[in-house]
Design a protein around this ligand. Structure first.
Ligand code: FES
Ligand SMILES: [Fe+2]
Length: 355
């Protein structure tokens, strides 16, 4: 059982020296928009030259949200009185005078666009690029096709961690799409890599029912081998390697696996506030590459799956807010989630010491 104190800490702390997904690449247009990340309001936009920019969403003059301003070429003009900022947040013009006050700059955040996702460094110091996740599948290629989306959940970050680390819930919560009885009945293995800060959860289901999500897209029918290998990199990045293949045909000893269908299911877990979290997702597949119809199908299915999670976590959170007391009884399926909590707690402790 997770102690109340632990639950409280998981729900109320942020790990700042990390990369988080800030936006889908598709969301970034020249019209700025606002997103609250780790409690901070951030204005995101794309300059005329295509550069992705993230600035504090608060004008230095009177605090008007910069996300309500206008992008003009490579600058953002505040929508209230026209203070003008370049892509680094430096104020380059103010109305009615030539002299620019010395404290008129706003904070800029380091962002990196990698295919379908845009990452943001939320630390105060220089970004640590070694920590930036590599997501080659999200870059359009002849080998991988991807779709992506985002949902906001009115529940704390740690509830989403719990949800993603235990896929047994697919059987019950997502039984019309990705859940089959065998997900819940097949035992899982957990591996904790302390050095590289990864929690791995493996579930290999052999000779099991192929759920609609995959039968429609792979063409496989009847029984299949279905593997789910999770790599969770706390706090904000989760990668599920899904493999579907005809029964009894594992990858060859040299690692090649041409008869398998592979999907990378990525999640970006980005705390918005202490009680809300962004659930960024992307599905990349190495089959039906370039097939728009399959793209639309997967997008729709996955959006439905995510919505079921959104509903479940929102209900849990509402329960937690009332007089209802949550008592947890953990079982074997929770080992991945518990390992993730422990790793996160260690990271919070480290961050607290460094602060
Ligand atoms: S508040 Fe932005 S220019 Fe006045
Ligand atoms: Fe789910």
């Amino acid at each position: 059982m997770i102690a109340d104190k632990t639950r409280h800490r998981l729900g109320t702390m942020y790990l700042r020296d990390q990369w988080y997904v800030a936006a889908l690449s598709l969301e970034l247009e020249q019209r700025p928009f606002s997103r609250q990340i780790l409690g901070e309001h951030v204005a995101l936009f794309r300059s005329a030259s295509g550069q992705v920019v993230a600035l504090a969403d608060q004008c230095a003059h009177r605090g008007y949200p910069l996300s309500l301003g206008t992008v003009v070429g490579e600058v953002l003009v505040c929508g209230y009185h026209g203070f003008t900022y370049d892509c680094a947040g430096t104020c380059v013009a103010v109305p009615g005078q030539d002299r620019i006050p010395s404290k008129a700059d706003v904070r800029s955040y380091r962002v990196v666009e990698q295919g379908l996702w845009v990452w943001i460094w939320m630390g105060r110091g220089a970004p640590d690029y070694n920590k930036l996740p590599e997501t080659p599948w999200l870059i359009e290629s002849d080998e991988w096709s991807s779709v992506s989306g985002v949902a906001k959940i009115e529940a704390p970050f740690h509830l989403l961690v719990d949800n993603l680390l235990d896929l047994s819930h697919e059987t019950y919560l997502h039984n019309g799409s990705i859940g089959t009885p065998e997900v819940a009945t097949t035992p899982l293995e957990v591996e904790v890599d302390e050095e590289n800060r990864v929690v791995r959860v493996f579930r290999h289901m052999n000779e099991v029912e192929c759920p609609p999500f995959y039968s429609r897209t792979t063409g496989l029918e009847g029984k299949v081998d279905r593997w789910q290998d999770i790599d969770y990199f706390p706090p904000g990045y989760y990668l599920l390697h899904a493999r579907l293949a005809p029964v009894g045909q594992p990858p060859l000893p040299d690692g090649s696996d041409d008869h398998g269908f592979h999907m990378k299911i990525l999640y970006g877990l980005t705390p918005s506030t202490e009680t809300s979290v962004y659930d960024f997702w992307a599905l990349s597949r190495d089959f039906c590459v370039g097939d728009d119809e399959i793209d639309r199908f997967l997008e729709k299915m996955q959006a439905g799956v995510v919505l079921e999670d959104v509903d479940a976590l929102t209900i849990l959170q509402r329960r937690g807010e009332g007089t209802f007391e949550v008592n947890e009884v953990s079982i074997k399926i929770d080992r991945g989630g518990l390992a993730a909590r422990r790793m996160l707690m260690a990271m919070y402790d480290e961050a607290a010491v460094q602060a």
